[in-house]
Ligand binder design. Structure first.
Ligand code: SF4
Length: 340
């Protein structure tokens, strides 16, 4: 049984202008010890998907449906107190900006001790020993001295390490990391990603990593969900996605990755903007931006179906497999015509 199975998840927000369908029928699962990447542009619904699973959307004006079965229990149907319990013990979240999650007026150690004592029946001394252990585990140099520093005394990368330590206080089964490295420079980003994969081996947690960057996915994920306009465009094991991508939106994302191995570094932009989720386009939601658009794309919504003979690789696009293979090969060779 999967650790988490999300089925037909929908999250709609009531606004003055109408209903915003921020997540519209998303399904995926994650096994123990696995890393799932969710990738897409800003507003694609990737963060709202995870906030819904965690029960962190504002109650007022939010309409959610579907299921998120975590260790046999539906997170979407349980009481607030049970969900709080699970959030503290079994599922933890790491956000992009640690300063929004760390209290600036309290010392790092005190915040870790408080988080530990909130969920474990341990003395302050024991909690402090555990806090120190965690700070060492996430690679804070001279942790025994730095444990009494305030958040502002840490660099951005070190603060993110503290946040990871905070997320690990209760050995969660599932860690959800929302753009955990976006605010960091490239070197620190690489260090944090390595740290997360190392800790995953030590702690055995499953990780859902949300990002707009396929480069991050390539570094850490086993499986990847590509989201576009509140829906899943493609879902595949990470190797398949990079070797045989099947969706034009994924090609756009791949094409915009810097190609250091190509003669000329290409940055292919996906033309246009993502659609409004108040009134998304009929048919395929990507059709106003898609260089391969056909008549059917404007009226019939493509189903999420296996791509060719690969049962674990699904995509929602009307193109035939031969065209997909041919165009994907061009993208991978760095020769795709710019989608403009
Ligand atoms: Fe493009 Fe049509 Fe495929 Fe949508 S269904 S991605 S518009 S080719």
């Amino acid at each position: 049984m999967a650790l988490l199975e999300v089925r037909d998840l929908k999250t709609h927000f009531r606004t003055d202008d109408g209903i915003v369908k921020a997540v519209d029928g998303v399904s995926f699962s994650i096994e123990k010890g696995q890393t799932l990447g969710i990738v897409g542009e800003s507003g694609s619904g990737k963060s709202v998907t995870c906030l819904t699973i965690m029960g962190l959307n504002p109650k007022r004006n939010t309409i959610s449906s579907g299921e998120a079965i975590f260790k046999g229990e539906n997170l979407l149907a349980m009481s607030s107190s049970r969900l709080r319990d699970i959030r503290g013990n079994d599922i933890a979240m790491i956000f992009q900006d640690p300063m929004t999650s760390l209290n600036p007026v309290h010392r790092i150690g005190a915040q870790l001790v408080e988080a530990i004592q909130l969920h474990r029946d341990v003395t302050k001394r024991q909690a402090r020993a555990r806090a120190l252990e965690l700070l060492n585990a996430v690679g804070i140099p001279r942790a025994e001295r730095r444990i009494d520093d305030y958040p502002h005394q840490f660099s951005g990368g070190m603060r993110q390490r503290v946040m990871i330590a905070m997320a690990l206080v209760n050995d969660p089964d599932l860690l959800i990391a929302d753009e955990p490295t976006t605010a960091l420079d490239v070197t620190t980003q690489a260090q944090i990603l390595t740290l997360m994969t190392d800790l995953q081996k030590d702690f055995g947690s499953a990780i859902i990593i949300i990002t707009h960057d396929l480069g991050v996915i390539a570094e850490v994920a086993d499986d990847v969900v590509v989201m576009y306009a509140a829906k899943v465009a493609e879902h595949a094991p990470v190797d398949n996605l990079f070797k045989r991508p099947h969706h034009p939106y994924t090609w756009g994302l791949l094409g915009s990755l810097p190609r250091l191995d190509a003669d000329v570094e290409r940055l292919v932009q996906i033309r246009g903007q993502p659609p409004s989720l108040l009134n998304p386009p009929r048919g395929c939601r990507f059709h106003p931006r898609c260089p391969y658009v056909m008549g059917i794309c404007k009226t019939v919504e493509p189903e999420l179906l296996p791509a060719g003979d690969e049962a674990d690789h699904v995509q929602a696009c009307h193109l035939d497999v031969a065209t997909k293979d041919r165009e994907a090969a061009k993208v991978l060779a760095g020769t795709m015509a710019e989608a403009s």
